[in-house]
Design a protein around this ligand. Structure first.
Ligand SMILES: [Fe+2]
Length: 182
């Protein structure tokens, strides 16, 4: 549990920090207003989806809990679909995803989480996987709502982000339902 709380702290700190760190454009427009570029947003969307697909694949390999497996299959399918549409859109728009500190932090945190998952089995695995999915979806929804949607400059990119939110909210609800029964 301590580890989880620490992870939330790291994620929230990172997300909050990015808002400021990227605000230092050439003109130094000041304030904490989000200055993520569409290229950064594209990289965050790609990275965030890949991370959840990757965790789902581990769950599908390791878990024998039917609720966990059903959830993981949904994550693998839905996030692959979001990922495919996002890649298609940014390709059409000519935006090349550009990693930033948030993407690096997410990747690092995800690698640590996966390393831990690989050492677990049975109920301990199921709990670690689903607990993290709850926290991860909460964090991702926060970032999409408060940073990516307001920050997107291209209207199609903004609309796509708005359109994926209900699915992410549904994933969060689903993860909490599974969490209560694991
Ligand atoms: Fe999800």
């Amino acid at each position: 549990m301590k580890t989880l709380l620490k992870q939330i702290g790291i994620l929230m700190f990172t997300f909050g920090f990015i808002g400021c760190a990227t605000a230092s454009g050439p003109a130094g427009t000041g304030t904490g207003e989000n200055k993520l570029t569409d290229a950064n947003i594209a990289a965050i969307v790609v990275g965030a989806n890949q991370i959840d697909i990757s965790a789902a694949k581990i769950a599908l390999q390791k878990s024998s809990n039917s609720r966990v497996r059903e959830f993981a299959q949904r994550m693998a399918t839905d996030h692959q679909s979001v990922l495919d549409s996002a890649v298609q859109l940014v390709t059409r728009l000519g935006v090349t995803p550009k990693n930033n500190d948030l993407v690096h932090a997410l990747s690092k945190q995800s690698a640590e989480h996966e390393t831990k998952l690989k050492t677990l089995s049975g109920r301990a695995f199921d709990k670690a996987y689903i607990d993290h999915e709850v926290v991860y979806h909460e964090a991702v929804i926060e970032v999409v709502k408060n940073q990516l949607i307001p920050g997107a400059q291209n209207q199609e990119l903004k609309d796509t982000l708005i359109s994926v939110l209900p699915a992410f909210e549904a994933h969060l609800a689903h993860s909490k339902m599974v969490q209560a029964k694991v």
